[in-house]
Design a protein around this ligand. Structure first.
Ligand SMILES: *[C@@H]1O[C@H](CO)[C@@H](O)[C@H](O)[C@H]1NC(C)=O
Ligand SMILES: *[C@@H]1O[C@H](CO)[C@@H](O)[C@H](O)[C@H]1NC(C)=O
Length: 318
């Protein structure tokens, strides 16, 4: 930990000197999601009550749907899971074909999955080398509870200072996947409409990430916020993160060599159920959700009619 003077110096440089202009390298909209992402029909690494399907199955069951300007990704909401050998409810996990090092990305999202047992995520990682290469969870939460959590997960040796320039609240500070049951170093975004039903009620909003060699920042603006930066709202060909204000979550390189712990990462969007976070009996029960997570997910397809992501766009800037 540096002196107070050092912290002030770092935070002022974050907001001015290091802020950067970026040009758009990818504009992912509507049917373009099928070109930029591949479908991962894999067993869920978090042991969720889920069956990730292929692109062909997703299309035929309308679990993904694209028009010229909308992309929807959802779980099945029609089928009772009664086969005891089933791994769970059909859902979708997609990963970008491209991988990104230093970049900014803006996610314009109208709706995110909600409902008891849901565990949606928008995140960046290198699955082939994980935890080497790092992981940034941009959107994550469970069971409609609370606000968004932004979290880094890394190899041992990367920690975050308790105090930094962000509007969110620091949770744990050790990013090591081996610490605290892989809780990671998280930041609670705090803004009520950042997650779940309240996010959806406001028409969603924008999440943005900026990753440089010296910091990783994540911002959230509700659709109804009055401080949405013009370049974020426009989704145009350039952004200047210097105009985005204090991030919700700030991960500086003070005690974490970001260039060492983070490699080129893909963006992954997944929607699982239950599993190692949402399904923990204490967490599921404390959410006010009925029955047990697995039996609820199996028996109540109609409860998942709102378990979907709806994207206006994802824009990548490098
Ligand atoms: C597929 O999903 C889209 C988006 O939710 C919906 O508008 C459309 O009606 C659905 N199509 C069918 C055949 O259910
Ligand atoms: C997606 O999978 C990764 C592991 O590969 C996990 O860290 C993340 O929590 C999962 N989230 C969901 C919603 O499936």
């Amino acid at each position: 930990m540096k002196s107070a003077f050092g912290i002030i110096a770092v935070s002022s440089s974050l907001s001015s000197v290091l802020a950067a202009s970026y040009s758009r390298s990818e504009n992912i909209v509507g049917t373009g999601f099928y070109n930029s992402f591949n479908f991962e029909a894999i067993p869920d690494p978090t042991d969720g009550r889920v069956n990730y399907v292929s692109e062909a199955t997703a299309k035929s069951q309308n679990l993904t749907f694209a028009s010229a300007n909308t992309f929807i990704l959802r779980a099945d909401f029609k089928t009772v899971i009664s086969d005891s050998s089933a791994t769970g409810r059909n859902s979708v996990r997609i990963r970008t074909n491209n991988a990104y090092t230093t970049h900014a990305a803006v996610f314009d999202i109208v709706h995110m999955p909600q409902g008891c047992g849901t565990w949606p995520a928008v995140w960046e990682t290198n699955e082939a080398t994980w935890p080497a290469g790092g992981e940034v969870d941009i959107i994550e939460g469970v069971n409609d509870q609370g606000t968004d959590q932004v979290t880094l997960h890394t190899n041992p040796g990367c920690t975050m200072p308790a105090t930094r320039t962000q509007t969110g609240t620091t949770l744990l500070t050790n990013c090591d996947v081996n610490a605290a049951g892989n809780s990671g170093c998280g930041v609670s975004v705090g803004t009520a409409p950042s997650y779940g039903p309240t996010f959806n009620a406001d028409g969603g909003g924008w999440y943005a990430i900026e990753r440089t060699l010296t910091f990783i920042n994540v911002w959230f603006w509700s659709r109804k916020a009055t401080n949405v930066p013009a370049d974020v709202r426009a989704g145009g060909t350039a952004v200047n993160t210097g105009n985005w204000g204090t991030p919700a979550a700030n991960f500086p390189n003070t005690d974490c060599n970001l260039a060492q712990f983070f490699s080129a990462n893909n963006i992954i969007i997944n929607l699982t159920f239950c599993g190692s976070w949402a399904g923990q009996a204490a967490i599921y029960g404390a959410s006010g959700c009925p029955s047990t997570c697995t039996s609820y997910v199996d028996a109540n397809p109609a409860a998942f009619a709102n378990a979907y992501f709806q994207f206006n766009s994802i824009n990548i800037y490098e």
